[in-house]
Design a binder for this molecule. Sequence first.
Ligand code: OOB
Length: 544
Amino acid sequence: MSSPRQIWPEAFAARYRAAGYWRGETFPAMLRRQAAERPDAVAIVDGERRWTYGELNRRAEAHAAGFLALGLAPGARVLVQLGNVAEFFSVVFGLFRAGLVPVYALAAHRLAEVAHLARRSEAAGYVACDHYAGFDYRPLARALRVEAPALRHVVIAGEGDGLDGFLPLDAVTGAGPLPDDPDPASVAFLQISGGSTGLPKLIPRTHDDYIYSFRASNEICGVTARTVYLAALPVAHNFPMSSPGHMGTLHAGGRVVLAPAPSPEVAFPLIAREKVTLTGLVPPLALLWMQAAATTGHDLSSLEVLQVGGAKFAPEAARRVRPTLGCALQQVFGMAEGLVNYTRLDDPDAAVIETQGRPISPDDEVLVVDDLGHPVPDGTPGHLLTRGPYTIRAYYDDPAANARSFTADGFYRTGDIVRRLPGGYLDVQGRAGDHINRAGEKISAEEVEDHLLAHPAIFDAAVVAMPDPMLGERSCAFVIAKVPGLKASEVKAFMRGRDIAPFKVPNQVVLVDAFATTAAGKVSRKELRARLRDMLIAREKETA
Ligand code: OOB
């Protein structure tokens, strides 16, 4: 398989260049510029480690030479599964510098997801921490080598175990000559979709389009060299990466502080110590922070803006941000495929509290259409379609998904149901597809059902999203057993043993005798899931 590509029709590409969105800047050039302009300014804070721009650039260049010395060819994919650690930055900037393509796995992923990503991307390398957040990645790395035969190099940050031929990250360095910077129109990395059908899809993002998205975000969010950004959410996720996130902050010459966990206990002392000015959270964490702020002894007064996104933030909660945390709220509605919307810092309260913002770019095209694809009037809910200077035109090597997810004229079908309000502000109403948005973590119903059906005593399964006051949505699995006596607790234990990201284990398992079908005996999975959800909601209301 050849190097990943992402192609916009020439007329669009020319327009995006002429408008000054795509400027021919690359990730290596961006870091080199900061390293030249402010070599001694701190770029990354990870616990007691503080890396300056000069040091980050030196480490990235040494890794670039080290990766090339392994014999990896330009365009080769390297799966990166590092948590919120400084090495994430030296590794990905090293890969960019070498013309290699990082594939971003989440630290929460387990063998099932990582093996899928490695196989789909034909990754030649895998980089992980020895331990992160209480999980040992070395057994996973060992199993991955069996599951993904194209994988040639396993690199571990920290302690290898001496037995497996893992390369310590510290040894992946070199001083050899480096190639020219990559082409700015080439794919810089593969991001993963939170999509609704099956396993995650790979999203090829170019230097040009991605750098535009966070450079323009910096303007909207007021990010400058004095910004101190706390990466509380996982650094591999698109929101803390580019909206404007750590990449926007590095582009502006600011400082990125890494939180090993997003809880108030971990984050508040960091805010106080590092004088954090900006951070981003998913709604359930924002609720926790607001609650904890009431009694905290930590000084949070440096915090200027709290961004909330990834899932819908209820207006009642949005209203409480300033009174409890003493900072402004910015809502962020985005997707790894591209389009990002922000409420603006000078918007009236009503827009900030009740909407999910408006697009970054004047050239973001937004369509809201009915089931037949006809535009609906403003204020009426419909399917959100979009295309623009940083929204992909295709997933990587996935013709079936591309046929489903893009219109003939290149609009991405987001799967979101929104209302467009005056001024182009969007109000997210829900999803058309079958996924569960649990605290911003996207879970495909189909993917979880597949795992359930692997249980020898399960005849059929349907997974639905249930409203949840804390998580926004929780996942509920309806299960028909082949034999009587199967217990919900056994099903959960089975799922925990499936080597899947822990957030995909259903929160609730309900055993049923049959799924209700129509008189004709047929019902679509989508309809079935909706019926099951309604049934459970009705039952919960009765017993409440
Ligand atoms: C972000 O990216 P993904 O790719 O994990 O998930 C995208 C989906 C959207 O299609 C939408 O369904 C949901 O997450 N979403 C929201 C939301 N922000 C994202 N739903 C309601 N309100 C919001 N504010 O989640 C993401 C990427 C960049 C910036 C922010 C979030």
